[in-house]
Design a protein around this ligand. Structure first.
Ligand code: 0O2
Length: 231
């Protein structure tokens, strides 16, 4: 009799586990469907394209002002499902699309590479003056680099995207950095996935040292440019 009850309880636990797993997979599929669905993809692409046009215009204004190219390149991307999923897990968030829209700042991301450190702040300032842009948060990893050595200026902003009869404010993360910062971040990103536990601390330290070399390079180039500006 006791063993019968035990078997029944075991079965119940297995059924509960199967049901929980089924619900988890269902949530994951629903989330993927909304992220890859045409509405979010369409709005995201419009937001990227609007932001890139704004950056082009700012670059034209600053190029005319300084007689040199200020924004050297720019890219935009919509975050992939696997990357969003990992980030939500890391933040301990339930897999829910509305929650992702609220909490994950870089679902829609644009990155611009500027010539000099001070150009980054000029671009940010001109962007902040625009009526169809709201800067929600600034994360200045140039003034205060991350522990890893990472440097960039992040603007979490909302851009007004025209809809059929209205506008919708859509959140975008804009990363502004110099070419040197970009070089470091790209290699760090590549190496991060290949880094094992072995020698991890040593590698982190070496990357931090590289970041400080990059920083001093940026500062020296800026000094040289300022000297030339005065001539
Ligand atoms: P991926 O793969 O580039 O998309 P929070 O805004 O505080 O809720 P979040 O978004 O982690 O949390 O903020 P944070 O730290 O500002 O990082 C946002 C992005 O900056 C990262 O996105 C990276 O693109 C970049 N980043 C931050 N730290 C580093 C770093 O140490 N090395 C490199 N190479 N890039 C970094 P993801 O989603 O983490 O990564």
């Amino acid at each position: 009799m006791i063993s019968c009850i035990a078997v029944r309880n075991d079965q119940k636990t297995i059924y509960t586990q199967i049901e929980e797993e089924r619900q988890r997979l269902k949530k994951k599929e629903q989330f993927k469907y909304l992220l890859n669905g045409s509405e979010f993809q369409m709005k995201g692409k419009c937001a990227i394209s609007l932001m890139q046009t704004k950056l082009d215009i700012i670059n034209t204004i600053l190029t005319m002002k300084y007689g040199r190219n200020v924004i050297q390149s720019q890219t935009g991307r919509l975050k992939e499902f696997d990357s969003v999923y990992k980030k939500m897990q890391k933040k301990g968030l339930e897999l829910n699309f509305d929650l992702a829209l609220e909490k994950i700042n870089d679902l829609i991301g644009v990155r611009a590479v500027c010539a000099y450190m001070d150009d980054i702040y000029q671009v940010a300032e001109l962007l902040g003056r625009q009526k169809d842009i709201r800067i929600i948060k600034t994360k200045d990893y140039i003034k205060e680099p991350k522990k890893s050595g990472y440097q960039s200026l992040h603007l979490i902003l909302e851009a007004a995207i025209p809809q059929q009869d209205d506008i919708q404010w859509i959140k975008i993360e804009l990363q502004l950095r110099t070419a040197a910062m970009d070089y470091w971040a790209n290699l760090d990103h590549q190496l991060r996935y290949k880094r094992g536990k072995k020698d991890a601390q040593l590698i982190d330290e070496e990357l931090q040292q590289c970041a400080s070399v990059i920083r001093s390079l940026d500062q020296t180039m800026l000094k040289i440019r300022k000297k030339i500006d005065k001539i």
